[in-house]
Design a protein around this ligand. Structure first.
Ligand SMILES: [Zn+2]
Length: 162
Protein backbone atom coordinates (compact mmCIF):
# COMPACT_ATOMS: atom_id res chain seq x y z
CA UNK A 1 0.00 0.00 0.00
CA UNK A 2 2.76 2.47 0.93
CA UNK A 3 4.80 1.62 -2.19
CA UNK A 4 1.72 2.15 -4.35
CA UNK A 5 1.06 5.57 -2.81
CA UNK A 6 4.71 6.58 -3.20
CA UNK A 7 4.64 5.52 -6.85
CA UNK A 8 1.74 7.87 -7.55
CA UNK A 9 3.29 11.01 -6.01
CA UNK A 10 3.88 13.55 -8.81
CA UNK A 11 7.49 14.74 -8.89
CA UNK A 12 9.24 17.60 -10.63
CA UNK A 13 12.92 17.28 -11.48
CA UNK A 14 15.56 19.60 -12.89
CA UNK A 15 17.16 16.47 -14.38
CA UNK A 16 14.07 15.48 -16.38
CA UNK A 17 15.55 16.26 -19.78
CA UNK A 18 18.90 14.60 -19.07
CA UNK A 19 17.52 11.36 -17.59
CA UNK A 20 17.55 8.46 -20.04
CA UNK A 21 14.32 6.51 -20.49
CA UNK A 22 14.65 3.23 -18.56
CA UNK A 23 14.28 1.07 -21.67
CA UNK A 24 17.11 2.98 -23.43
CA UNK A 25 19.59 2.80 -20.53
CA UNK A 26 22.38 0.23 -20.52
CA UNK A 27 21.61 -0.81 -16.92
CA UNK A 28 18.71 -2.93 -18.21
CA UNK A 29 16.11 -1.69 -15.73
CA UNK A 30 18.29 -1.59 -12.61
CA UNK A 31 17.69 2.19 -12.30
CA UNK A 32 21.23 3.57 -12.33
CA UNK A 33 22.03 7.30 -11.88
CA UNK A 34 21.72 7.82 -15.66
CA UNK A 35 18.04 6.84 -15.70
CA UNK A 36 16.80 7.55 -12.18
CA UNK A 37 16.95 9.91 -9.23
CA UNK A 38 17.25 8.76 -5.63
CA UNK A 39 14.85 9.93 -2.93
CA UNK A 40 14.56 9.29 0.78
CA UNK A 41 11.97 9.53 3.50
CA UNK A 42 12.57 9.20 7.25
CA UNK A 43 9.76 10.13 9.64
CA UNK A 44 9.37 9.20 13.30
CA UNK A 45 6.18 9.83 15.25
CA UNK A 46 6.86 11.34 18.67
CA UNK A 47 3.29 12.47 19.32
CA UNK A 48 -0.08 10.67 19.29
CA UNK A 49 -0.35 10.86 15.48
CA UNK A 50 1.86 11.90 12.58
CA UNK A 51 0.74 12.16 8.96
CA UNK A 52 3.53 11.19 6.55
CA UNK A 53 3.02 13.12 3.32
CA UNK A 54 4.85 13.77 0.07
CA UNK A 55 6.35 16.83 1.81
CA UNK A 56 8.54 14.39 3.76
CA UNK A 57 10.17 13.04 0.58
CA UNK A 58 13.70 14.39 0.11
CA UNK A 59 15.88 14.29 -2.98
CA UNK A 60 19.34 12.83 -2.37
CA UNK A 61 20.96 15.12 -4.99
CA UNK A 62 18.55 18.05 -4.52
CA UNK A 63 17.24 17.95 -8.10
CA UNK A 64 13.80 16.44 -7.56
CA UNK A 65 10.86 17.41 -5.35
CA UNK A 66 7.26 16.35 -4.89
CA UNK A 67 4.84 18.68 -6.68
CA UNK A 68 3.15 21.18 -4.38
CA UNK A 69 0.40 23.44 -5.71
CA UNK A 70 1.29 26.27 -3.30
CA UNK A 71 3.33 26.83 -0.10
CA UNK A 72 0.34 25.77 2.07
CA UNK A 73 -0.18 22.50 0.15
CA UNK A 74 0.06 19.65 2.69
CA UNK A 75 1.13 17.15 0.02
CA UNK A 76 -0.16 13.68 -0.75
CA UNK A 77 -0.94 11.53 2.33
CA UNK A 78 1.29 8.43 2.31
CA UNK A 79 0.76 6.90 5.77
CA UNK A 80 -0.37 7.70 9.30
CA UNK A 81 2.00 6.82 12.15
CA UNK A 82 1.23 6.51 15.84
CA UNK A 83 3.55 7.22 18.78
CA UNK A 84 6.86 5.42 18.47
CA UNK A 85 6.40 4.29 14.86
CA UNK A 86 8.96 5.17 12.21
CA UNK A 87 8.85 5.03 8.41
CA UNK A 88 12.29 5.14 6.80
CA UNK A 89 13.08 4.26 3.23
CA UNK A 90 15.08 5.10 0.14
CA UNK A 91 13.55 4.96 -3.31
CA UNK A 92 14.38 5.59 -6.93
CA UNK A 93 12.23 7.45 -9.44
CA UNK A 94 12.48 7.10 -13.21
CA UNK A 95 10.73 8.96 -15.95
CA UNK A 96 8.26 7.27 -18.21
CA UNK A 97 5.45 7.97 -20.63
CA UNK A 98 1.70 8.00 -20.34
CA UNK A 99 1.63 5.05 -22.72
CA UNK A 100 3.41 2.96 -20.03
CA UNK A 101 1.32 4.16 -17.06
CA UNK A 102 -1.12 6.99 -16.33
CA UNK A 103 1.11 8.22 -13.47
CA UNK A 104 3.50 9.69 -16.05
CA UNK A 105 0.89 11.76 -17.89
CA UNK A 106 1.87 15.40 -17.21
CA UNK A 107 -1.49 16.94 -18.13
CA UNK A 108 -5.12 16.11 -18.62
CA UNK A 109 -6.47 15.73 -22.15
CA UNK A 110 -6.16 19.06 -23.83
CA UNK A 111 -8.59 20.97 -25.98
CA UNK A 112 -7.84 23.16 -28.93
CA UNK A 113 -9.70 25.27 -31.42
CA UNK A 114 -9.01 27.65 -34.27
CA UNK A 115 -9.51 31.33 -33.69
CA UNK A 116 -9.77 33.89 -36.46
CA UNK A 117 -7.23 36.72 -36.20
CA UNK A 118 -8.33 39.35 -38.73
CA UNK A 119 -5.52 41.68 -37.63
CA UNK A 120 -2.93 39.36 -39.16
CA UNK A 121 -3.75 38.96 -42.89
CA UNK A 122 -0.78 36.63 -43.58
CA UNK A 123 -1.93 34.14 -40.95
CA UNK A 124 -5.67 34.64 -40.41
CA UNK A 125 -6.03 31.64 -38.10
CA UNK A 126 -4.51 31.03 -34.70
CA UNK A 127 -4.61 27.66 -32.95
CA UNK A 128 -5.60 27.99 -29.29
CA UNK A 129 -4.39 25.08 -27.14
CA UNK A 130 -5.41 24.52 -23.50
CA UNK A 131 -3.55 22.17 -21.16
CA UNK A 132 -4.43 21.35 -17.56
CA UNK A 133 -1.08 20.59 -15.89
CA UNK A 134 -0.31 18.53 -12.79
CA UNK A 135 2.84 20.50 -11.98
CA UNK A 136 5.44 17.98 -13.12
CA UNK A 137 6.41 20.00 -16.21
CA UNK A 138 5.62 23.35 -17.79
CA UNK A 139 3.20 23.66 -20.68
CA UNK A 140 6.06 24.84 -22.91
CA UNK A 141 8.15 21.79 -21.97
CA UNK A 142 5.25 19.38 -22.56
CA UNK A 143 4.44 20.89 -25.96
CA UNK A 144 8.11 21.02 -26.96
CA UNK A 145 8.65 17.35 -26.01
CA UNK A 146 5.47 16.30 -27.83
CA UNK A 147 6.58 18.13 -30.99
CA UNK A 148 10.05 16.52 -30.80
CA UNK A 149 8.54 13.05 -30.45
CA UNK A 150 6.11 13.72 -33.32
CA UNK A 151 8.94 15.10 -35.50
CA UNK A 152 11.05 11.98 -34.79
CA UNK A 153 8.17 9.64 -35.64
CA UNK A 154 7.36 11.52 -38.86
CA UNK A 155 11.05 11.41 -39.81
CA UNK A 156 11.07 7.60 -39.39
CA UNK A 157 7.94 7.32 -41.54
CA UNK A 158 9.45 9.62 -44.16
CA UNK A 159 12.71 7.65 -44.31
CA UNK A 160 10.79 4.38 -44.70
CA UNK A 161 8.71 5.77 -47.59
CA UNK A 162 11.67 6.68 -49.78
ZN1 LIG B 1 20.03 3.11 -15.97
Amino acid sequence: MIAHRLGMVPLVSHRLNELLPRHECGCEGLLCPLCSVELSLDVTCQTARKDVTSRDILSVDGTTQPVLQNPEDQGVLIAVLTRGQRLSLRMKAAKGTGREHAKWVPCTPSKWHYEETPSCPDDPTTVMLSLELNGTASGENILSCACSILREKLSKIHSNIG
